[in-house]
Design a protein around this ligand. Structure first.
Ligand code: FES
Length: 169
């Protein structure tokens, strides 16, 4: 009796922009965006924590929206414009959010850092003067296993203060 070969997983080409560069990759139809970013494109700064949409470790910006890439079927990202943590600061300098996180020790192991940075950046782009409740709400979908929430909230507030100071005449 001969062994039956399992059917190969259906594949397709995927074209998208990642951190400002056009990419074309061969993917399996079943792959998630987080897996394509990490495994096919080597963007391992996008982390996998829960693979369930709960922890925020896989957060990217997709077409301008904060997105949990473990919840996105990669095939649906055809033509999308994706920013990963590697492209967060394209000029290679720290923005106020990153600098405040650094100065106020707002990360420990760093695993959740990409999601928290994107969440705070997104908040400050919408609201330059958020209150503590606004900050906590913005960070709600991001889990810090080191429980560094006090410093995370403080750093977000400090980043907002520095940006306002920078932009005041
Ligand atoms: Fe996507 Fe946790 S890995 S939200």
């Amino acid at each position: 009796m001969t062994a039956v070969e399992p059917d190969a997983a259906p594949e397709r080409d995927l074209a998208l922009t990642v951190n400002g560069r056009r990419k074309r990759v061969r993917i399996e139809d079943r792959q998630l965006l987080v897996d394509v970013l990490r495994d096919n494109l080597g963007m391992t700064g996008t982390h996998i924590g829960c693979a369930n949409g709960d922890c925020g470790a896989c957060t990217v910006r997709m077409d301008g929206q904060i997105t949990k890439s473990c919840l996105v079927l990669a095939a649906s990202a055809e033509g999308a414009d994706v920013t990963t943590i590697e492209g967060y600061s394209p000029r290679g300098t720290l923005d106020h959010v990153q600098q405040a996180f650094w100065d106020l020790d707002a990360f420990q192991c760093g695993f959740c850092l990409p999601g928290h940075l994107f969440a705070v950046r997104d908040l400050l782009d919408r609201d330059p003067d958020p209150g503590e409740d606004d900050i906590r709400e913005a960070l709600r979908g991001n889990l810090c296993r080191c429980t560094g929430y006090v410093n995370l909230v403080a750093a977000a507030g400090e980043a907002a203060r520095r940006e306002r100071e920078d932009q005041s005449p």
